[in-house]
Design a protein around this ligand. Structure first.
Ligand code: ADP
Length: 544
C-alpha cells in the first residue's frame, strides 16, 4: 500500500527543518558509509515475525504512520556507535537503538518519537565474541539471536552447555536482557544471569561495567559487580546508554529434562493453584518459570481463527472453550499447567511425585502423562523451551484474528491466590468492556508472579485497535489502584505505567530524569523510552 501523499517522506522529527535533516543524513553517510543508511521513504510493510520491519511498530496499536522512523543506520562496531551518538548530538536528532527489533507486543522496532533515526545493531554487530566452556559464560554483540547462540554451541559440540530462551527464539539475547525479559530454564531471569556490559553513553563515552573496568582482567563474565556502585541496572529499560556487548552465564546441562502437564477444572481454581505452586517454586522443586495457561490458549494454539469456533462478540464463553477442550488431550478444563523437571531420571521422578501429589490436592486436577500426548502436542514445544532449545510454536495463536497482532499486559504480583484472582478479574472486566479475547498466563518467577495477559487484536481494524488500547489503559489504571504495577510495557503505555510508580511525589522518576539530563544533556537517546523524557521534551505535550 503506498503511503499517503499527505506525508512528506521520510518523516522527520517534529519541528526539525528538512534541509538540516538532509545535511545531517549526508554527514551520517560520510561517517558510516552510504550503504549502511536507509531512509524510511518506501511503503511500510508489517512483515511477519522472521521478516519484521525496523521502520515502524509491526503490531501497530495506533495509526501505522504514527510510530515511523526517518531512517535506519547499521553500525558495525562500538566505534561506529560512538560516531553515530556524536553525530546525533551535533545535529540534535533523536536516535533509538534496537538489537534485533523483535520486541513484538511491546513496540517492536519502533522509537517512541516519530521521525527518530533507528540505530539497528542487529545487522552487522553479530559476533559471538567468546564462549567459555569451563566457566560456562559467553560474551555477545547485540545481533546474536537465541537461535544463533544455540546453533554455535551445538556447532562447537559443547553438549554440556545450555542457553536460556524466551517463548520465541528469534530475538537478540542482549536486547531481551536489557529489556529485562525472561526465559524458561532455571536461568530464566536474563538480567540476573548476565555479567558485564559495554555501554556507549549518550555523549559518546564508552564504559565497561563490573570487572570490565579493570584492564587485563579475566573475570568480566564471572563477577558481575566489580567495585563501587552497580551500574548495570540503569542501562536496562532505560535510555541512558547503548549496550554494545553483554556477558551471559550459561547453564550447565543438568543431565536430563522432562516436561509435564496438569489441568485444572474451574476458572476459580486459579487462587488455589497459585497457593499450591508457591511453596514448590520457592523451595526450588519447581525449578523454572513455569506457566499456567488459560484454556483459551489450548484452543487458539490449534491455529484456527476465532470465528471458526465462535461467532459472538466479546470473549469466547468459557463453556464453549471447555466444550472444544474436551475434544483435545487437555480435556474439559479451565487451566493448563506446563512445567518441567531437571536432572537424571531418578531425581526427576522424585520431584514429579512431589509436584503431582501437591497439584492433585486441587479438586478436579488431572495429571496428563507425558507419554500419552501426541508427538506434535504443544507440551513438547514447552519442554524444548524449558530445556533451552529455541522454538516458534507460540506464533500459532496469531491466527486467532485476521491481521493478528498482540500486546502484553504484564503486571507483577506475589504468587498469592488472592492477588492472582484480583488481576485476573481486572483483565476479564476490561476485556468484556472492550469486546476482546483475553489470553492470560501466570508465569511464576521465584517470589514474583507475572500475569501476562496477551491481547490479540486485528491491526487492520481501527475499532479493534482502539479497543485494545483502551483495554490496556483501563487495566493499567485499575491494577495500579489495587497496588499492582507492570514489569514491562508497550512503548505507548510507558508514560502511564511509569506514572503509577509515583511514591513520594514521583521521586523515582525525578531521580531518573536527573540521570537522564546528566548523561544526555541534548536529549538525543530514545526520548520517552520507559517514560523517561529528557529536559528538552518534558511537559511539552509528549507524555501520553
Ligand atoms: P529483541 O529483538 O531482542 O526482542 P529489541 O532489539 O527489540 O529486542 O530490544 C528491545 C528493546 O530494548 C528495544 O526497543 C530498545 O529500546 C532496547 N534495546 C535493545 N537493544 C539495545 C541496546 N543495545 N542498547 C540499549 N537499548 C537497547
Amino acid at each position: 500500500v503506498p503511503r499517503s501523499s499527505d506525508v512528506e517522506l521520510p518523516v522527520i522529527p517534529s519541528g526539525y527543518s528538512r534541509p538540516r535533516f538532509n545535511q545531517a543524513i549526508e554527514s551520517l553517510r560520510s561517517l558510516i558509509g552510504p550503504e549502511n543508511i536507509e531512509l524510511n521513504d518506501k511503503p511500510l510493510d508489517d512483515g511477519w515475525y522472521l521478516e519484521h520491519p525496523n521502520t515502524h511498530d509491526a503490531f501497530h496499536l495506533v495509526e501505522q504512520e504514527e510510530m515511523v522512523s526517518a531512517a535506519t543506520v547499521y553500525p558495525a562496531s562500538t566505534e561506529e556507535v560512538v560516531h553515530i551518538v556524536r553525530w546525533a548530538n551535533e545535529f540534535e536528532i533523536p536516535i533509538y537503538a534496537i538489537s534485533m527489533g523483535r520486541n513484538l507486543g511491546y513496540g517492536g522496532a519502533a522509537a517512541r518519537v516519530r521521525g527518530s533515526v533507528i540505530v539497528d545493531l542487529g545487522k552487522r554487530m553479530t559476533k559471538i565474541l567468546d564462549i567459555n566452556p569451563d566457566m560456562c559464560t559467553c560474551l555477545l554483540e547485540p545481533g546474536v539471536s537465541f537461535y544463533a547462540l544455540y546453533e554455535e554451541i551445538q556447532r562447537r559440540g559443547y553438549e554440556h552447555l545450555w542457553i536460556d530462551v524466551p517463548d520465541l527464539g528469534g530475538g537478540s539475547v542482549l536486547g531481551n536482557t536489557v529489556d529485562r525479559g525472561v526465559g524458561y530454564t532455571p536461568y530464566g531471569n536474563h538480567f540476573e544471569c548476565h555479567s558485564g556490559m559495554e555501554v556507549v553513553l549518550p555523549t559518546g563515552e564508552v564504559i565497561r561495567t563490573g570487572m570490565g573496568a579493570l584492564p587485563g582482567n579475566n573475570t568480566w563474565q564471572v563477577f558481575p559487580y566489580g567495585f563501587g556502585p552497580y551500574a548495570d541496572g540503569i542501562f536496562t529499560q532505560s535510555n541512558f546508554g547503548i549496550v554494545t556487548k553483554i556477558g551471559m552465564t550459561l547453564m550447565p546441562n543438568p543431565g536430563g529434562s522432562e516436561g509435564f502437564m496438569c489441568t485444572f477444572k474451574e476458572e476459580e481454581d486459579l487462587a488455589q493453584i497459585i497457593e499450591v505452586v508457591r511453596p514448590l517454586r520457592i523451595k526450588n522443586i519447581l525449578e523454572n518459570v513455569a506457566q499456567l495457561k488459560h484454556v483459551v490458549q489450548e484452543v487458539a494454539l490449534l491455529g484456527k481463527p476465532r470465528t471458526h469456533w465462535y461467532q459472538g462478540k466479546g470473549q469466547v464463553p468459557l463453556k464453549r472453550l471447555r466444550e472444544i477442550a474436551s475434544t483435545l488431550p487437555c480435556g474439559d478444563c479451565s487451566w493448563v499447567y506446563y512445567g518441567n523437571v531437571y536432572g537424571p531420571k531418578k531425581n526427576r521422578d522424585e520431584k514429579l511425585k512431589i509436584i503431582r501429589d501437591s497439584f492433585e490436592t486441587v479438586p478436579g486436577a488431572r495429571w496428563i502423562p507425558r507419554d500419552s500426548l501426541p508427538k506434535d502436542h504443544y507440551m513438547f514445544s514447552r519442554e524444548k523451551i524449558a530445556s533451552g532449545v529455541p522454538e516458534f510454536d507460540e506464533l500459532r495463536w496469531l491466527n486467532w484474528h485476521k491481521n493478528g497482532s498482540h500486546v502484553f499486559f504484564s503486571p507483577v504480583s506475589a504468587p498469592r491466590g488472592e492477588d492472582a484472582m484480583k488481576l485476573f478479574n481486572i483483565a476479564k472486566k476490561w476485556h468484556d468492556e472492550c469486546d476482546l479475547d483475553s489470553f492470560p498466563a501466570c508465569c511464576i518467577g521465584l517470589r514474583e508472579m507475572y500475569i501476562i495477559v496477551n491481547m490479540v487484536y486485528d491491526r487492520g481494524d481501527p475499532v479493534s485497535k482502539a479497543n485494545a488500547y483502551r483495554c490496556m489503559r483501563g487495566m493499567i489504571k485499575d491494577a495500579a489502584a489495587a497496588g499492582f504495577g507492570e514489569y514491562r510495557t508497550h512503548l505507548l503505555l510507558s508514560d502511564q505505567v511509569a506514572g503509577t510508580y509515583s511514591w513520594n511525589n514521583n521521586a523515582l522518576m525525578r531521580f531518573h530524569e536527573s540521570i537522564k539530563d546528566t548523561l544526555d544533556p541534548n536529549g538525543i537517546l530514545a526520548p520517552g523510552r520507559n517514560g523517561i523524557w529528557p529536559k528538552k521534551y518534558r511537559n511539552k505535550g509528549w507524555e501520553l
